[in-house]
Design a protein around this ligand. Sequence first.
Ligand code: HEC
Length: 142
Amino acid sequence: MTNERNSARWLQRGGWRGVACLAVLLVAGAAQADGDPAAGKRVFARCQSCHQVGPSARNLVGPELNGLIGRTSGTVAGYAYSPALTDAGIVWDRDAIAAFVKNPQGFAKGTRMASPGPLKPADVDNLIAYLATFAADGGAAQ
Ligand code: HEC
């Protein structure tokens, strides 16, 4: 029997469905690699004494973190930042957030944010995935 016939039979038996399933799993797997928002919510407990997110988020010890990804450092209205963040003009992308939470002083020398303590790389990925769910107005990001 030729390979061609084998694959024709396999297709008839619905083997293609398996391929479609695998493709869906691969896509889901790729999204997972970017972090899990539900797990990130638990990591955010480490930030919550100083930061809020969501529709009613206010500035506390630190500024509110809605719409953080893509935001320029030091730009939340009504929050008195240190010059370390206003002068730096950091754009908060994933890498910048990861570097800052791992070592605030190392990334933005002179910042008033203290280190939130050691975070595993997976914690950081999950945390960023959670923060990415909030649009600038605190609603759900698209
Ligand atoms: C003990 C209080 C405290 C904790 C805990 C804390 N932060 Fe901060 N954070 C601050 C302060 C204060 C600032 C402003 C620093 C400045 O002006 O230099 C800040 C600033 C930031 C900024 C910059 C925001 C902007 O608008 O430029 C980010 C991002 C941030 N924090 C993320 C986090 C995350 C994520 C966590 C949890 C892992 C966390 N912080 C935990 C106090 C805290």
